[in-house]
Ligand binder design. Structure first.
Ligand code: CUA
Length: 345
């Protein structure tokens, strides 16, 4: 009951953040379910040990307290008692086995890569302070929002291009370090459609706590549509409104140096079909006003990030508030079909 109420308290606190599915305690995928089993077993074992030790401790302190007139009485000593020593050696061994066996089984199970060749494989790159996603077989690229088909195992091959990060989507799976040198592989799988909030779980600099991303599980049909839209993305297509067309021209002069809006490699985040995204830079609400503020001063929103933004470009007389609004309108229109993540919890 103690454990349960603690769990519910944590769930309550975490759900209060308004970040969808950002909790380990309500698993929505195989990896998270298995991890929760191990967490539960360990917590129960630790709780039992704690309670038993505390009860014995309090009893002994009370029973052998100094009584009046017995100041120099020493209680019976038990040093060298074979039975006692066997008991307190065997019990910890048993407890360790109870924790170790499921932990090892789950660890090996979740590290299984036997289906990698027949599955969707995504190259994940952690960068200060955002995530780049490259779908190996589909030959598409995106950033921050990782779309996957519901129910399917999706393999992630992870590397960092700077410091160590850690990829963590609590509702779907455990953490995995993202290193600059040795590649780590894991799989994720979501039972239900929905948006699953992810966090960087390894301190990596100023905006570590803002290095958020999302896994968006959609139906197989919507996933296929999303992939097709990205495969057919064409940066030369003219947007509908005049403002957006002007925005496109400014974007191609100033922003394209770092950003791509098709499947070409880029130093900064790939913005292909940006209108489909659920947030800006992983942390801001996805609307034009926020996007304008972001372009005008990215460092106030996410300190230490590499985006130059208007303050720098403005020195060259290039980006004004008006320009930023045009760029924002243009980027929001990059949305070929209606792909709506089902956010139902
Ligand atoms: Cu990346 Cu913390």
């Amino acid at each position: 009951i103690r454990t349960l109420s603690l769990f519910s308290l944590m769930v309550l606190l975490l759900s209060a953040c308004g970040k969808e599915n950002l909790t380990t305690f309500i698993p929505k995928g195989y990896g998270a379910e298995e991890s929760l089993k191990v967490i539960t077993i360990s917590t129960i074992v630790m709780a039992v040990v704690f309670i038993v030790v505390m009860v014995i401790f309090i009893y002994v302190v009370w029973k052998f307290r100094q009584k009046k007139g017995e100041e120099n009485v020493i209680p019976k000593q038990v040093e060298g008692n074979k039975t006692l020593e066997i008991v307190w050696t065997v019990i910890p061994i048993l407890l360790l086995i109870i924790i170790a066996v499921p932990t090892i089984l789950v660890t090996y199970d979740l590290a299984d890569q036997s289906e990698i060749d027949d599955s969707i494989t995504i190259n994940v790159t952690g960068k200060q302070f955002w995530w780049h996603f490259e779908y190996a077989n589909e030959e598409i690229q995106t950033s921050q929002d990782l779309y996957i088909p519901v129910g399917e195992k999706v393999y992630l091959k992870m590397l960092s291009s700077d410091v160590v990060h850690s990829f963590w989507v609590p509702a779907l799976s455990g953490k995995m370090d993202v290193n600059p040198d040795n590649e780590n592989t894991m799989y994720i799988q979501a039972h239900e459609e929905g948006v699953y909030w992810g966090k960087c779980a390894e301190f990596c600099g100023d905006s570590h706590s803002l290095m958020d991303f999302k896994i968006i599980a959609v139906s197989k049909e919507e996933y296929a549509q999303w992939v097709e839209d990205l495969q057919n993305v064409n940066k030369d297509v003219q947007p509908e409104t005049t403002t957006a067309q002007e925005g496109q021209a400014i974007f191609e002069q100033s922003c394209i140096g770092c950003h791509a809006i098709d499947n070409t490699p880029s130093a900064g985040p790939n913005l292909s079909n940006f209108g489909d995204r659920t947030t800006i830079a992983g942390v801001l609400e996805h609307n034009e006003e926020e996007l304008v503020e972001w372009i005008m001063d990215p460092n106030s929103k996410k300190p230490g990030n590499g985006m130059l933004g208007a303050p720098y470009l403005q020195n060259k007389g290039e980006i004004t508030q008006d320009d930023a609004e045009k760029i924002a309108e243009y980027l929001m229109q990059l949305k070929p079909s209606e792909i709506t993540p089902n956010s139902a919890q």
